[in-house]
Design a protein around this ligand. Structure first.
Ligand code: JD2
Length: 237
């Protein structure tokens, strides 16, 4: 997978050289390049922003540098993190993980001139996404989150691919609690069922825990959980 990131803060992406993403880059599974938007400015001050038409607070990112940057690195699938974007989901990560070339546009200030998105959409797929209902300073942190969600789905990145099928959000429920040694810690014991060696009983316990957690914390996921996977006894109203 080829990924181009365009930003005015390239140093924000140091974390993408670490851990499993760093290994994916080193092994060639992920070809990632971070570009400084100011590369495509032409004035002595390398200006990337200006005042908003119609007035209002803050500054808006100018279209000219963005247009030239996207001309240079595109075409591909353009992902624009934004407070007004579609909520980013595991399904989005799975869909994006199957693509060959992603381009991330990291906005700052009050956002990117809308004509940049409209112009790009005329020649490549564009996805405006939001991480959640809160406001960040810019798109960089969102790109790091989205890149983790996508990269862990790339074949060969995670040693144990089984973990991808059972994890939260992939199966439609929250994961059950996890435990490791010691069996007793500060007078708190690991549930006996997990030490029973009875894999069928363990699987049923984990599913029950997942259903309880999801019902308590994410009624929205519970409501969307496929009815075929639940008999009446399972569904907690
Ligand atoms: N994804 C995501 C985001 C963002 C986000 C993403 C990109 C930009 C570019 C500028 N700003 C600041 C800003 C402040 C006020 C109005 C508009 N924009 C961003 C914020 N905030 N919250 C999310 N879940």
């Amino acid at each position: 997978m080829r990924v181009d990131v365009i930003t005015i803060f390239p140093d924000y992406f140091g974390p993408l050289s670490l851990s499993l993403i760093g290994k994916a880059r080193g092994s060639g599974l992920l070809d990632l390049e971070v570009h400084d938007l100011r590369t495509w400015t032409s004035d002595v001050h390398r200006t990337v922003d200006d005042t908003p038409y119609g007035g209002g607070p803050g500054m808006v990112m100018r279209p000219e540098p963005w247009g030239q940057a996207l001309d240079a690195v595109g075409p591909g699938t353009l992902i624009v993190p934004s407070p007004v974007g579609k909520p980013f989901t595991q399904a989005d990560a799975q869909a994006l993980a199957s693509l060959d070339h992603l381009i991330f546009a990291c906005g700052r200030y009050e956002g990117i001139d809308q004509r940049v998105i409209d112009d790009a959409a005329a020649r490549m797929p564009v996805l405006e996404v939001s991480l959640g209902d809160y406001v960040l300073f810019g798109g960089e942190v969102a790109v790091i989150v989205i890149m983790e969600a996508i990269t862990r789905l790339l074949p060969g990145v995670l040693g144990n691919a089984d973990s991808l099928t059972e994890e939260s959000h992939a199966a439609g429920l929250l994961e059950a609690p996890v435990y490791t040694k010691p069996a007793s810690w500060r007078d708190r014991d690991v549930p006996d069922v997990l030490r029973s060696g009875d894999h069928g009983r363990i699987a049923r316990w984990r599913r029950d825990q997942s259903l309880l957690r999801t019902a308590a914390r994410r009624p929205d996921m519970m409501a969307a959980y496929p009815p075929s996977s639940l008999d009446k006894a399972d569904r907690k109203t």
